[in-house]
Write a protein that binds this ligand. Structure first.
Ligand code: BJW
Ligand code: ZN
Length: 298
């Protein structure tokens, strides 16, 4: 199949679409300064980042994996949503959605990202549109439109009792802060494995005191909210695939499934992806530029 790059044709489809899903990956947050997984530079201290995202890495070296996630948490705390996050957040607000997709009954962003920037973008918009508001209500249904299928960097999950809670503090424990200072003061040795922190000094569960882990989904673990996602994919008639290499299951299969029941697929990526050959539309370029241009939202 030959894909289209026509903005007018895409907008015609958007106007008719009833159930819209976005499947997003690390490229969505690239313009916020967060590195992707599989591009050059997707390394942390000369280690492949995806090799650290496994239960076996954590079991064999929890200190190394915690230092990696501590670094990721610091970067994500410093980052702000970019133009692509903001455009996708606008679609979560019913009045904005109706303006570009008048037939829309539902809109959801299924993100593989763990950085919380998509939720932050919706929260920023809610606070902006609701004058005098500086906080947000975590039960606001507009936040439900963001589904973080690979968990969250800021969730801390017990390895023993399963207790899980959000913790935005930095550092999470003194040892992680000290390890980072040591690394910063000795930048020349940045390729050397970091100092090992004894397990007792790593983050612990607030309920039972056992070792805690980052609340993210590693390889071979079950992604979050699969039942809800499967229902959305089942009924979607438009899928935007944004900033993902589409190499990791199950997210890599959603666009195909939507196409199999006659939905339309539009890919937004700076590089060719395995899904391009079957996509209906491909908008090649940075999503922070292409999403506002193609959706006509600035
Ligand atoms: C831009 C841009 C810009 C850059 N604008 N674009 C053998 C064969 C097939 C499958 C398997 C297999 N063995 C095991 C599996 C399954 C496995 C899998 O898929 N593995 C493959 C790698 C082979 N999947 C799993 O294990 C999943 N679980 C599962 O399947 O469970 C089944 C189950 C069901 C029911 C019960 C029990 C079990 C879990 C997958 C978990 C993935 N975890 C990670 C880490 C999360 C935590 C963390 O962040 O540290 O998730 S790995 C990593 O990859 C991360 C990402 O979310 C994920 C996807 O990567 P993503 O987002 O696509 O990033 P990149 O870097 O690959 O791509 C970035 C893209 O952006 C590029 O295309 C750029 O061009 C583009 N870009 N700038 C637009 N400005
Ligand atoms: Zn516990």
């Amino acid at each position: 199949m030959v894909f289209s790059t026509s903005v007018d044709d895409f907008r015609d489809v958007l106007k008719r679409s009833e159930n819209i899903v976005v499947v997003a990956g690390a490229g969505l947050s690239a313009a916020s300064g967060l590195p992707t997984f599989r591009e050059k530079g997707g390394l942390w201290r000369s280690l492949e980042t995806s090799s650290l995202a496994t239960p076996s890495s954590f079991n064999s070296d929890p200190s190394l994996v915690w230092q990696f996630y501590h670094h990721r948490r610091v970067k994500a705390l410093e980052a702000s949503p970019n133009a692509a996050h903001r455009v996708l957040a606008e679609l979560a607000i019913p009045s904005f959605l109706k303006a570009v997709a008048p037939a829309a009954k539902s809109y959801h962003l299924i993100t593989q990202n763990v950085d919380r920037l998509s939720v932050k973008a919706v929260m920023d918009l809610i606070n902006k549109s609701d004058m005098n508001r500086t906080s947000y209500d975590s039960d606001d249904p507009r936040l439900d439109s963001v589904i973080e299928m690979h968990g969250r960097l800021f969730d801390i999950q017990c390895t023993s009792c399963g207790h899980c809670e959000e913790d935005l503090s930095n550092p999470l424990c003194p040892a992680l802060g000290r390890a980072e200072e040591l690394r910063d003061s000795n930048a020349q040795t940045s390729k050397i494995k970091p100092e090992s922190i004894v397990v007792e000094e790593l983050p612990r569960c607030r309920q039972c005191g056992e070792l805690a882990r980052p609340g993210v989904v590693w390889f071979d673990e079950k992604p979050r909210k699969l039942d809800e996602i499967n229902n959305l994919v089942q009924r979607a008639d438009l899928c935007l695939v944004v900033g993902t290499s589409s190499t990791v299951r199950p997210a890599s299969g959603y666009a195909y499934r939507i196409q199999r029941h006659h939905g339309t697929v539009a890919v937004f990526n700076i590089e060719p992806t395995p899904g391009d050959a079957r996509a209906d539309f491909v908008f090649k370029g940075p999503c922070e530029v292409e999403l506002p241009r193609v959706l006509g939202i600035t």
